[in-house]
Ligand binder design. Structure first.
Ligand SMILES: [Fe+2]
Ligand SMILES: [Fe+2]
Length: 173
């Protein structure tokens, strides 16, 4: 593999891990919140989009022979736990989780698009499209009261830090 191919494989690996993690976070939130409240319905809609993002990255990984992160079992449990824990604090904390994660993902996808330039139109198109939807998720979460969650700055800061660490780990492991 050339270094470019390796770099793009690593991008795909971390992105698939992130989208997978997102589906697990929302699954944890919906397990606590049920399906019927207005907030739960918003979360279910976002979860559907994450599932679509994940499916596309899954397919690209198969086509390109890129292995998934070995940390997938960890993101399975950690994502679900983060979702359930924030939903147990309350719906606004669940939304604060989304706002924090999507803020990091927007930055992460933006960096990837800069790095890719014109090198990989297929990957760039997927990242660009998903990034726009992640920003909608962030806006949805903020409109739903994310910033009124208890201890919002602390909660948000901790989740953003966790997200950055997860991105770093999934790039290589
Ligand atoms: Fe996504
Ligand atoms: Fe999202």
């Amino acid at each position: 593999m050339t270094s470019d191919t390796r770099q793009r494989a690593s991008m795909l690996r971390v992105d698939q891990a992130g989208e997978y993690g997102a589906t697990r976070i929302y699954a944890g939130q919906l397990a606590v919140m049920g399906q019927s409240s207005a907030d739960a319905r918003k979360i279910a809609r976002m979860a559907d989009q994450e599932a679509r993002h994940r499916t596309l990255f899954d397919r690209m990984m198969v086509e390109r022979g890129v292995r998934p992160t070995a940390l997938q079992p960890l993101w399975n449990v950690a994502g679900f736990a983060l979702g359930a824990a924030t939903a147990l604090i309350g719906p606004k904390a669940a939304m604060a989780c989304t706002a924090a994660i999507e803020t990091e993902i927007d930055r992460h996808y933006g960096e990837q698009l800069d790095q890719l330039g014109e090198d990989d139109p297929e990957l760039s198109a997927a990242i660009g499209e998903f990034r726009a939807e992640e920003l909608e998720h962030r806006d949805t979460a903020i409109k739903a009261g994310a910033e009124q969650a208890p201890a919002y700055p602390l909660l948000s800061g901790a989740i953003r830090l966790g997200c950055r660490i997860a991105i770093r780990l999934s790039r290589h492991i």
